[in-house]
Design a protein around this ligand. Structure first.
Ligand code: DX5
Ligand code: ZN
Length: 216
């Protein structure tokens, strides 16, 4: 898979979501990144599965759903309708993610686990060969527009080495604070793709931003 961008609508005007979807598609993005926040796992509250379902008919882009919610194992079902990728947080299910991974795969969807900047990637060891994605947070989850945490570069190196040793095949997406200036370094350190949120919403030339990010 070539280096991909997935567009977070979090910093956009939700009342104009159709416009944002169209802009992402026209700019050449691969996916739409839906930041689902429940006000418990993170203080912010965004939207539920119905919002994503209602947007499904407006674009052919891949739907990459990022669940920043508590107890994802009990709440995941509605998100299996329209999402192509469902990513939950390790921190929300430390007791074991095997069953949730199985449930998402049984629904024919790809599965990802996300870890916060302070979570040691080693916690993912039991799941490495079962995952399609690891969403490596470069900011504390809950808000858009934050500055990328520089520890993500070292974490990328650790995670790519873990993947090599496990002969695993998951893709690594970096999420949070990514823009046209740091995307190349992220890619050089092992990222397979990035989430663009505020940098995309604010970009004057969105197509140029995605081209910049996608070319090493
Ligand atoms: C933060 C979200 C990110 C964020 C990315 O909790 O998971 O996807 O919206 O937005 P920027 O690119 O603005 O950091
Ligand atoms: Zn996200």
């Amino acid at each position: 898979m070539e280096f991909y961008t997935t567009i977070s609508i979090l910093s956009s005007d939700f009342s104009e979501v159709k416009k944002t979807l169209r802009e992402a598609e026209e700019a050449g993005a691969a996916m739409i990144h839906w930041d689902v926040m429940d006000g418990c796992f993170v203080p912010n509250l965004t939207f539920g599965a119905k919002f994503i379902d209602d947007c499904r008919k407006h674009t052919g882009l891949i739907f990459d759903t990022h669940l920043m919610i508590t107890s994802p194992q009990t709440k995941v079902a509605p998100f299996l309708n329209s999402s192509d990728i469902v990513t939950f947080h390790y921190e929300a299910i430390p007791a074991g993610a095997e069953n949730l991974i199985k449930e998402i795969h049984l629904a024919g969807k790809k599965v990802g686990i996300s870890i916060n900047p302070s979570t040691d990637p080693v916690v993912l060891h039991p799941y490495l060969t079962k995952l399609d994605f690891v969403l490596l947070m470069a900011v504390e989850p809950g808000r858009g527009g934050q500055k990328l945490n520089e520890n993500v570069y070292e974490r990328l190196k650790i995670l790519t080495e873990m993947r090599r040793q496990a002969n695993a095949l998951f893709s690594i997406t970096v999420d949070g604070g990514v823009d046209g200036n740091n995307a190349t370094a992220l890619r050089q350190n092992g990222a397979d793709g990035v989430v663009l949120g505020t940098s995309f919403v604010n970009a004057h030339d969105k197509k140029k931003l995605i081209e910049t990010v996608s070319v090493i």
